[in-house]
Ligand binder design. Structure first.
Ligand code: CP
Length: 303
């Protein structure tokens, strides 16, 4: 079993991962992975949280992680993604990969005999969405009564995974971005099969009733050459204290980090009392450990 897309897990599978996280957070770590299990961390983009939390997760579970930058692999000299996946899965028990092209991680999963985890591609960030919704659940136990507003680049990988995961769990999502700038139609239409997702171009309407307001960088990795145009495109969607006045008084602020204070969010909001961004970051470790345990259990039973 792999976790390449947020669409790979059903609602009950997400809840099984959350149940493992609950057990681990209460100190009941009875589920462990194979002793000395090794995870290949294949990264072609930078990472602070995801890389380090996966490495720490494997260590805390009794295994190890091997960090591999794509530029140091034979892939950089033309070896295919498929052959790389076959080789890595010969040596390792898991592969977690952060890649530009989503189709590359699909190819890795198709050619690996061990579980493959998406640690971010240009289309998705599924482990982030799991940690995010686990964080939301800590504040609002009934996820069916939750409204999450995503502000800014509503076509970004973070938005794609968040809307799939949130709607599967029964939460509604509002996407707030510039008029004429659309979410990714594949993810939007899929999420609307699972639940409620609406698109707005103003904070006024979009933040009404929002329990959580989520933003992310306006310039994702790989978009640096287009940074100036993108900052101009999203300039009216900076998350400020004034913008938050349109949400519920007890709304909480989320950001997957890294943050750019003064670009997509003000320092006052990011570092203010409504912010739960460091809780999100902390939960990445817990959720990744839980995901590794869950995938181990499923693989051991041949599912
Ligand atoms: N949220 C997140 O994926 O952070 P990193 O890019 O630091 O891994």
């Amino acid at each position: 079993m792999n976790f390449v897309s947020s669409d790979d897990f059903s609602r009950s599978q997400i809840n099984e991962v959350f149940a493992i996280a609950d057990r681990l957070s209460h100190g009941r770590g009875e589920s462990f992975i194979k002793e000395h299990a090794v995870m290949a961390l294949l990264f072609e983009k930078p990472s602070t949280r995801t890389r380090v939390s996966f490495e720490v997760a494997m260590t805390q579970l009794g295994g190890n992680a091997v960090y591999i930058e794509k530029q140091h692999l034979q892939m950089s000299r033309g070896e295919t993604v498929e052959d790389t996946a076959k080789a890595l899965s010969t040596y390792c028990d898991f592969i977690a990969a952060r890649l530009y092209s989503h189709s590359d991680i699909v190819k890795i999963a198709e050619n690996s005999v061990v579980p493959v985890i998406n640690a971010l591609t240009d289309l998705e960030h599924p482990t982030q969405a799991l940690a995010d919704m686990y964080t939301v659940r800590a504040h609002k136990s009934d996820l069916r009564n939750v409204r999450i507003a995503f502000v800014g680049d509503i076509a970004a990988n973070t938005a794609n995974s968040l809307m799939l995961t949130a709607t599967k769990l029964g939460s509604s999502v509002s996407l707030i971005g510039p008029r004429g700038y659309s979410p990714n139609s594949i993810y939007f239409n899929k999420a609307r099969e699972y639940g409620t997702v609406d698109v707005y171009d103003s904070f006024d309407d979009g933040l009404e009733g929002a329990d959580f307001v989520y933003t992310d960088t306006f310039v994702s990795m790989g978009q640096e050459a287009d940074a100036e145009r993108r900052r101009a495109l999203f300039k009216d969607y900076i998350l400020t204290d004034e913008a938050l006045d349109h949400a519920t008084p007890d709304t909480l602020v989320m950001h997957c980090l890294p943050a750019h204070r003064g670009e997509e969010i003000t320092a006052d909001v990011l570092d203010g009392p409504k912010s739960i961004v460091w809780e999100q970051a902390r939960n990445k470790l817990l959720i990744e450990k839980s995901l590794i345990i869950y995938l181990s259990e499923q693989t051991d039973t041949g599912t």
